[in-house]
Design a protein around this ligand. Structure first.
Ligand code: NAD
Length: 437
């Protein structure tokens, strides 16, 4: 089957490559000519484990192509996926739908035969109908349907998530569109992946409701973690104790410096605004959004307090800058709140990240970036661990100790074992664990 994918970012490129792996003939298009030229040379524009191999294999088999020409991409395509960005709109927190609507206008100019236009981007309720209206207004003659097929993949494990999803959500009332999407996802439904059919609005809302729930779960364990610190309980045992309850589940119960990334912050904001606008405000989501913002700042204040309020002239080493491991995505990462606060307090900041430094350099130019994690620690008065990359788990703690001026470690991901760190001579702080553990 011929499939067109508009947008080759984290979602479009992974989805396009995975569809071609299913055996479909996929043409990916992006308005960023540099990105497409790079892909044609075999360069992958994002860091995503396994993606380079998947793209190379399917390009070699002739099933995956890249272009900047939508006409080429849509030629004979039965399904056209829109996977462009929907960032927060400056000023009001609504989802910026200008890229989606531009894609709809572009599509309308190229529609020849029947196709189903599928929004894979995360879009507020009503966007699919607007896409339908835009195309219909421009091309009243054209035969098409619009469907919503929200994507649930996680950066860092995107291919595995796409290939083995918990469910596939398809929102459309058209039997013809359903049949095409059934065929596209047949390799997954053969493996018993549930296909959930709903109407357009419901499918759009499922994505936001899922992300907001996960954001809420993270914030909940972060608050429980703070409570654990006050009462001498261990947040990991609490998380395990509640997570084993099948009604709660063990995932997203790990304390940290607040959620970030390209999805949760913007999606919770967009959902909050939609809900307010229609007169059904989501007070739980609103509380989550403001708590999470405050948490990132609180983590910076915690670091400053642990430096005895005497920050000026001190040097702090940061390990991990991206919002989570195995991605180069810096969008809304807690580091973007914490590092500038430390710099503003007169602290010299050195930092390392296995994949995020190129982007971080552009966003925080006054930080000293080190190519090696140990180099970051030289002469440091404190180490703050911000992202739990595997590379940091296996570091030689004696060597770390030998490099630092003051052996203070503030572990905001609870990567290290408290006892081991203390035995090695560190003053060690983590989240939600009793001091004596
Ligand atoms: P991204 O910013 O990485 O990529 C978007 C791409 O679309 C860019 O390469 C851009 O050049 C291109 N583009 C924009 N307008 C275009 C147009 N008119 N024609 C052709 N190309 C165009 O975005 P992303 O992270 O892949 O997210 C895409 C959507 O998927 C968003 O709505 C996001 O919320 C959602 N989503 C993201 C993730 C994730 O983990 N990143 C997961 C699930 C859902």
């Amino acid at each position: 089957m011929r499939v067109a994918m508009i947008g080759v970012g984290y979602v479009g490129l992974v989805s396009g490559a995975c569809f071609s792996e299913f055996g479909h003939d996929v043409v990916c298009i992006d308005s960023d000519a540099g990105r497409i030229a790079g892909l044609e040379r075999g360069e992958i524009p994002i860091y995503e484990p396994g993606l380079d191999e998947l793209v190379a294999r399917n390009r070699a088999a002739g099933r995956l192509r890249f272009t900047t020409d939508l006409k080429v991409a849509m030629d004979g395509a039965e399904a056209v996926f829109i996977a462009v960005g929907t960032p927060s709109r400056r000023g009001d927190g609504h989802a910026d739908l200008s890229y989606v609507y531009q894609a709809a206008r572009d599509i309308s100019a190229q529609l020849k035969n029947y196709a189903v236009i599928v929004t894979k981007s995360t879009v507020p309720v009503g966007t699919g109908r607007e896409v339908e209206r835009i195309i219909h207004a421009a091309r009243p003659d054209a035969e098409f349907d619009v469907a919503s097929n929200p994507e649930f993949l996680r950066e860092g494990s995107a291919i595995g998530d796409f290939m083995r999803p918990d469910r596939i959500v398809i929102g459309t009332e058209s039997e013809r569109a359903k049949e095409i999407l059934r065929r596209i996802y047949r390799p997954l439904s053969l493996r018993e992946t549930p296909l959930l059919f709903a109407d357009l609005e419901t499918a759009e809302l499922i994505k936001y409701a899922a992300n907001a729930f996960l954001a809420l779960k993270i914030s909940y364990i972060n608050q429980i973690s703070d409570l654990c610190e006050k009462v001498g309980a261990d947040v990991h045992d609490v998380a395990r104790g509640i997570g084993l309850d099948g009604r709660i589940g063990p995932k997203f119960l790990h304390p940290g410096p607040g959620y970030g990334g390209s999805c949760f912050p913007k999606d919770t904001n967009a959902l909050m605004h939609t809900a307010r606008e229609v007169g059904a405000p989501l007070s739980l989501v609103e509380a989550t959004v403001s708590y999470n913002e405050a948490r990132k700042s609180d983590m910076a204040e915690r670091v400053l307090a642990l430096l005895d309020g005497n920050a000026k002239g001190k040097r702090v080493a940061i390990l991990g800058l991206t919002f989570k491991p195995n991605t180069d995505d810096m969008r809304e990462a807690p580091s973007l709140t914490i590092l500038p606060r430390l710099r503003a307090a007169g602290i010299e900041v050195t930092a390392h990240d296995p994949a995020g430094m190129e982007e971080a350099r552009k966003l925080m130019p006054d930080v000293i970036y080190c190519e090696d994690a140990y180099e970051t620690l030289a002469g440091a008065d404190a180490l703050v661990l911000l992202t739990e990359w595997n590379a940091y788990r296996g570091m030689d703690i004696r060597r770390m100790h030998g490099l630092m001026r003051q052996p203070l470690v503030i572990d905001l991901r609870n990567v290290y074992r408290s006892r081991e760190m203390r035995r090695a001579g560190f003053t060690y702080h983590s989240l939600g664990r009793p001091k004596w553990r």
